[in-house]
Design a protein around this ligand. Structure first.
Ligand code: NAP
Length: 259
């Protein structure tokens, strides 16, 4: 059989993607990019996804939203997200574990609530939603993609964000675990580690002139990243073009880790 042309491999026509945290920021950017590449999208989160819906429908793709608080979701709630998506679209091909939060407090005083909330959404939810989606992929028999959003703090310690660092280091770890156990089902589990991106997540540090200046000075690309910067990598990892990439975390950081 003739192999597909290289650009053909990047197309996502007929695919269905779940994207958590698709209201704004990196998640919204990736959801729109997946739709542009051909996928229908199911956005999962707490906020208003109207803007994301309008942009995806304008591309001629379908958008379905599921209301779910991923800090407090039970395993049963996460299983329901899979059932709901399958009942609307018939199948799932791509999962983007994007929703995440950060809490800043001196480590010496760091509270239990700041630990639990961050670990719940950034790590526990990713683990059990991926598990539920992987079961669906195995049932469908055609494999699928899991893309989780890691961070520079999957590699570094960070300052005043211990639960974020623990969760994002964990994301890099379970990305490899999933690959080890599920690659045989044609499931690709990979992660994207964004550098310093201009979104709501980094608004407080961008507002602190000294800290923002120190960060910018250290980025070889001399600028903060944008949601558009992660869109191409997300489409690549969601596509057939990346079928032999397993368990890897790709940094999209303007060179931060090279420093
Ligand atoms: P963001 O603009 O704050 O987006 C976070 C997304 O998660 C939003 O859609 C938000 O929904 C959703 N979310 C928050 N709490 C939720 C909850 N309880 N249940 C369901 N959804 C919830 O930040 P972002 O920068 O795009 O972050 C996206 C991912 O990238 C996160 O995992 C973050 O850790 C990671 N990341 C960001 C950077 C960066 O520099 N910005 C760097 C590395 C990694 P609402 O809009 O409704 O709150």
């Amino acid at each position: 059989m003739k192999e597909k042309g290289i650009l053909e491999l990047f197309k996502l026509n007929g695919k269905v993607a779940i994207v958590t945290g698709a209201t704004q920021g990196l998640g919204q950017g990736m959801a729109i990019a997946l739709a542009e590449a051909g996928a229908d999208v199911c956005g999962v989160g707490i906020g208003d996804m109207a803007e994301t819906r309008v942009k995806i429908e304008a591309l001629g793709r379908k958008f379905h939203s599921i209301d779910a608080d991923l800090v407090n979701a039970s395993v049963e709630d996460l299983n329901k997200i899979v059932l709901d998506t399958v009942s609307v679209f018939g199948h799932i091909d791509i999962l983007v574990n994007n929703a995440g939060i950060i809490r800043r407090q001196d480590t010496i005083d760091f509270s239990e609530e700041n630990w639990d909330d961050v670990m719940n959404i950034n790590l526990k939810t990713i683990f059990f939603l991926s598990q539920a989606v992987a079961k669906q992929y195995i049932k469908q028999g055609k494999g699928g993609k899991i893309i989780s959003i890691a961070s520079m703090l999957s590699y570094q310690g960070g300052i005043r964000v211990p639960s974020y660092t623990a969760s994002k280091s964990g994301v890099k770890g379970i990305t490899m675990t999933f690959a080890n156990e599920w690659a045989k089902y044609n499931i690709n589990s990979n992660a994207i580690a964004p550098g310093y991106m201009a979104t709501a997540n980094t608004a407080p540090i961008r507002a602190d002139e000294t800290r923002a200046g120190e960060i910018l000075e250290r980025i070889p690309a001399s600028r903060w990243g944008t949601p558009h910067d992660v869109a191409g990598v997300c489409v690549f990892l969601a596509s057939e073009a990346s079928s032999y990439i397993n368990g890897f975390t790709i940094a999209v950081d303007g060179g931060w880790l090279a420093r």
